[in-house]
Design a protein around this ligand. Sequence first.
Ligand code: MIG
Length: 757
Amino acid sequence: MIKKTEFGYKIEGEKGFLNIIFYDNNIVRFAYSNDGEIPVSTPAIAVEPKDIECSQEGNIIKTKSLIIEIDKENLQVSIFNKNGELLNRDINVDLEKCEIEKEIIWEKGFYGLGEKYGWVNKKGTETSNWNTDVMGIFPVHNATIKNYHTSIPFYIGLSKKLCYGIYFDNSFRTYFDLGKTKDNVLKFGADGGYLDYYFIYDDKVSEVVKAYTYLTGRMPLPRKDFLGYQQCRWSYENREELMEIAKRMRAENIPCDVLYLDIDYMKDYKVFTVDSDKFYEFKDMVSKLKDMGFKLVVIIDPGVKVEDGYWVYEQGKENDFYIKDKNGEVYIGEVWPGRAVFPDFLREKVRKWWGELHLRLIEDGVEGFWNDMNEPADFTTESKVVPEDTVHFNDQGEEKSHAEIHNLYGMLEAIATYEGVKRIKPNVRLFILTRAAFAGTQRYAALWTGDNTSIWEHLEASMPMFMNLGLSGYSFIGADVGGFIGDGNGELLTRWTQLGAFTPLFRNHSVKGSINQEPWCFGEEVLENTRKFIKIRYNFITYLYNLMRESSINGHPAIRPLFYHYQDDEETYNINDQFLFGENILICPITRPYTRVRMVYLPKGIWYDYWTLERFEGGRYIIKEAPIDSMPIFIKAGAIIPTDNVMQYIGEKEQEITINCYLGQDGEYTLYLDDGISFDYEKGKYTEIKFIMKDSEKEVSITSEVIKDGYKIPKMKLKILGLDENSKVIMNGEELKLDNENTIDIDKLNIDIKIIK
Ligand code: MIG
């Protein structure tokens, strides 16, 4: 029995129902239930179903891009593309267990699943999702641990010609066996809720990610200055210490935009308070920092101290805003403030209240909020998170078990914060950083990967984690630079800063009791080498900002595995120690001590050594020197990359942009510019300039065109890289004499440059 429904079909099987619902020609939801009802989606889903062209004949359903064959008895499906190639096939559907088994057919690798340790390719591994304050129960993060701070039940199956993504929309504890137990069986399931998943097809992995982020939403465009270097520590204990850090940054000439206050700025760890003994005249302090170019971020934990008379606690109690225990009493756990209660962010009213609590800090000049412990962590339980048998109430007054809401808790807090601060400051993009997250949380907050350790292994492990987070919709990400737990050393900090300079969130952070880890803490050489890369970060800040713009529009992450652009090269499927920073910059960090040389895989094409401009033919491994003050970086021929003049902080000086054109291939780049801080760009106050490079046998032409002129255009230069000595450069009909840097002032845009080879 297959019946047409509003956005798809409903099939009755022997043991239950399957609703097939279309979200696009290539995005199909398979929602199973016992009663035929369509389960309620989690907040991860950002869009509604679509009325698309489809047809049914017997047990076959077709859309423009997919053919779905259904076994009407057991509700198993086989999915083909329109060429009839088998993409995915069920082996077993078990509604009772909320579990499904699928055949592994052609997939050479599985990727995604958000924040996990281990290598980039998850084929042959298993994992699960239960947001966890990992350091509460393990001494150190490692690949044998399955549950981290975030849950993103999404994976991608990859081969040269075919690709798909499966997003399992279930917020209970979920688990995935990606061919570990049986090498041709992939199994996933949940401890509760519904078997409700989305199948996303495209032959290109980048398009699968684009579609996944269509489904679960894309990040908002961040503030440009928050892409600058950020310095944190648990904790800068008082005003003097924080101001000392600020002054030292400037004195040492280390560009830095953001400073943080960890938990010790509060009075007795009471959220939304400031200890006015340690941080006297707080507003004045924030404004002094601001004068020096620093933005301040403060930590906000969800646990509210149980204390009579403390206004946050009292307000929440009065309004019945807290999570309950199984007997209907307010659940009391323990976090930093001691006995604590937890806001039930499932309800709109609670979220609104929480959002409004940020008002005072924002009035004091705080520009970012850092949401920690939002798994939510709880010191009193064995699992070190709030127990599963606590309860929530939704807006309809229905009871929901914590087992269902747990993995959503961090996201719901992020929504509360995001919407709250937006109401308070409607035209400023404030920054939110979260530790716990669920699929879709990219719409509200940046993410850092929690409590790593100052060991080389964690520097190495951060790369596959970033790449998989990127494939899971998360672009604004980073790890604690230098490592959080334990004592680092100068060499580790140097190498970590090199990598960190190419992660969207670039924050140095370290734990209480460890040695200090600011760039100047390990002597002159380390200072010089870290400063060098922090400056390079500022060179690439407009480029990164443009990557963030791309993420906000189509979901492509800033950090990409090599196969994102070289899917037809299987060699790239298991590269863990290199990544693409946007399409054309290849980052090859050093992640081992005393290592001054490494192997680099260059995908096919021509690559320039960023430092020397030496050209390499790709499609092979090369061995590359990497002295301690350097890290191998390669730029693809045909790349057009904007670089900036270095400043101590964004906005310190007039911006000057150089458009770097790497000859040897055709290329195209659209430069996006806006004020970097307000939402005016949504009203058209932005500029876009398109650069086109055409490289033919005898000549190269470089042209540009202003395609949108809504924001002031800074001073611009164009630089030609890879230019042959004997070439002639002609601009707007006249031959140019180039300086020894090969740069050209391009004050008049709409340029027309010809290079005669
Ligand atoms: O129980 O606020 O991951 O970044 O410095 C530890 C103190 C609580 C954990 C965070 C870390 C932060 C620390 N927090």
